[in-house]
Design a protein around this ligand. Structure first.
Ligand SMILES: [Zn+2]
Length: 154
């Protein structure tokens, strides 16, 4: 959910001026919660790591992010500078882990300059693809619910 874009204030400032506004973030959050519901089984950190390595089969060249305990954080998050996914306990579900994996894929393959909206059309398209490839939900059902929640994707 949270993305750390940089540790250097100057770099962060430059990125902030170039980056597209994150116009559909709250819609994405509503959509994924509605699609998966509140009662998702909690995964272990190792199960989350396993999702990351399974994803790599579908994205050749994907540098698997390190998955760490996000203890003390209020949200999960992906940091592109350290290629790390942080998952506090309450975020360890299939869809939440895939959300962060999708951020990692977008950062590595489609948005190396960090200009795209964090939860824009590219992110949602990759997210749907990851969820479908890992057989967590069907692409068609995801697209249908995304349309219902007015979440744009490619
Ligand atoms: Zn996010």
């Amino acid at each position: 959910m949270n993305i750390c874009w940089g540790f250097y204030p100057q770099q962060e400032q430059q990125m902030a001026t170039k980056r597209q506004r994150d116009w559909q973030r709250s819609r994405v959050y509503k959509w994924e919660r509605a699609h998966f519901g509140e009662k998702c089984p909690e995964l272990t950190l190792d199960e989350c790591r396993e999702l990351v390595s399974r994803t790599a089969q579908f994205y050749p060249g994907f540098l698997c992010p390190e998955v760490t305990d996000g203890r003390g954080r209020r949200k999960g998050g992906y940091c592109r500078h350290t290629n790390t996914i942080k998952l506090p306990r309450f975020t360890r579900t299939h869809w939440y882990a895939c959300h962060e994996i999708a951020h990692a894929i977008v950062a590595q393959f489609y948005d190396r300059d960090g200009v795209l909206a964090a939860h824009g059309v590219m992110f949602v398209s990759v997210y749907i693809n990851v969820l479908a490839k890992l057989k967590i939900s069907e692409a068609r059902a995801l697209r249908r619910s995304a349309e219902y929640w007015k979440v744009k994707h490619i």
